[in-house]
Design a protein around this ligand. Structure first.
Ligand code: FNR
Length: 189
């Protein structure tokens, strides 16, 4: 069976550049991988009062199960005001709880930050590293991927038109695949 990669996009925007980059990278993974865009926009804002065995929102339960079954995590996100977008932070928080049942723990992940501007969402990238280290998401540290000036890298169909970017992301996808292969496989499919 194939290795399952969950794709998490830190933007809900219909024409999100981050989602386009995420799809491109997912499409570059080797044949023994399958990826799925995980919906995080439907998760309500985390509230501890609701997180009791009787009252946990079903969407949180499903999301936690979905994360638990993954072999690897691909995060692609813009930054909002030099930090993490709330939709992505909310998803990270939901699957980190209840206390002691953090389903992110021990999973291999990679992070890509995306911006139409010059700085490649560096702020979000580094704030996410802090949270992900705490959650015991085992991030691949190199190569780092900061995508700047993203509109200039995509064609009208939203596919990568810049050959250097394409080549770099191909190398990155191969490194991610190697990374995931180092970890135990989840027997879920
Ligand atoms: C932004 N944007 C932005 N960009 C950036 O490079 N650094 C930043 O700090 C911010 N801050 C910010 C705050 C808020 C509230 C919004 C809505 C936007 C711009 C952002 O990068 C741009 O809208 C991207 O297109 C969003 O990513 P998606 O939706 O294309 O994936």
């Amino acid at each position: 069976s194939k290795l399952n990669i969950g794709v998490f996009v830190g933007s809900l925007r219909r024409e999100s550049f981050s989602r386009k980059i995420a799809k491109a990278v997912a499409g570059l993974l080797p044949e023994d991988f399958q990826s799925k865009l995980v919906d995080i926009g439907g998760l309500s804002l985390y509230n501890q009062d609701e997180d009791t065995p009787e009252t946990t929102p079903p969407a949180w339960v499903v999301f936690r199960q979905e994360v638990k079954a993954l072999d690897g995590l691909l995060f692609v996100t813009p930054e909002y005001n030099r930090s993490v977008t709330p939709v992505l932070k909310n998803a990270l928080d939901i699957a980190s709880r209840p206390y002691g049942q953090n389903v992110w723990s021990g999973k291999p992940g990679v992070l890509i930050s995306v911006s139409p501007g010059q700085l490649g969402a560096f702020g979000a990238y580094h704030h996410l590293q802090q949270t992900m280290a705490y959650l015991n998401i085992i991030l691949l540290n190199q190569p780092e991927v900061y995508i700047s000036n993203v509109p200039s890298l995509l064609d009208a169909k939203g596919e990568i038109s810049n050959p250097q970017t394409q080549k770099f992301l191909q190398t990155f996808a191969a490194a991610f695949a190697q990374w995931v292969r180092l970890f135990p496989v989840k027997q879920t499919n």
